[in-house]
Design a protein around this ligand. Sequence first.
Ligand SMILES: [Zn+2]
Ligand SMILES: [Zn+2]
Length: 375
Amino acid sequence: MSQNYYELLGVSQSASFAEIKRAFRVKAKECHPDYHPGDADAEKKFKEINEAYEVLKDEQKRAAYDRYGHDAYTRGMGQGGGFGQGFGQGFGGFDFTGTGFENIFEEVFNGFGGRRRQAATNRGNDIRYDLTIDLADAYTGLKKNITVDTFTKCESCNGKGGKHLETCPTCGGQGHVRQRQGFFVVETECPVCHATGKTVKEPCSTCGGTGRVRKKRTLEVNIPAGVDTGVRMRLSGEGDAALNGGESGDLYVFLTVKEHPIFKRDGINLYCEVPVPMTTAALGGDILIPTMDGKGETVKIKPGLQTGAEMRLKGKGMPVLKSGSFGDLYVIFRVETPTNLTSRQKELLAEFTAAGQDNQTACSDFLAQIKKLFQ
Ligand SMILES: [Zn+2]
Ligand SMILES: [Zn+2]
């Protein structure tokens, strides 16, 4: 297909979502298989318009489409036109029990433009779902219900598209056709029967002969402990149903883990800045350190603690995916200088100063250095 998606829907590139939706409805009606039974051109057009709408209605897909251009985008997506097919590599093989799906974790690689899926025959589109969770949820793991709006198999015709299936006259039931391109003969998916090898004489009235309908479904996603921003989960077969009963696409849940007000995360380790009263820093004492498990841990600090001093609490970081072990928590202390002193406090500190400051070595060393430099 060389016509770009905006042209297909007859809208400008700056069209709003409402304009796109309106244009899609008009165009889809014009060439809906219900009104053109047996018309292969209309069916092809209907498929193309749906494909264009799939991309342009989704903010992220549309942005990628605008950025990479029609040819690059569709090439990156593979022949089936499915989002996410360009992410083909790097499956982590992470399976876990508790859901009916095959769940696989992986890092996001280069985004679009990956390798082409081979022989993408009549497969439903992959769907992306963005999910943001709290750091606390990433720490414990959680089950989460998400609602997705996808094409699902039409129940009325069991995905077949209608009654009276006939051997497709275009491909003779092979599901693919051969075309000469210069010196080569190229085998492609049959555009009439979408590789099923069958055509429908009486299209199903529920799905207009496509074998699928749009439906909102709620799925339970089992998010294990230790996930991070950029991790995506694949729910196999939970994407769009294919036209006329082919293989369904996958659903990809892209995770974002929110920033935490106290803990900063770097991979499996956590960082936390902890204020210490000036007097405790000088005299030493107990300081309560917050931990992600909610228990907290009291640590002893030695007299003479300085701002910037670090302490590592082993195993108090984030859980490591798949392993059952934990990262570490790095505490960075910050000594707090009191403000708005009462007169009594001032009195005491004046007395403290009068008792001598020889042990404030950084200050006296610095002073000595300055003296040397300017003499
Ligand atoms: Zn149907
Ligand atoms: Zn065919």
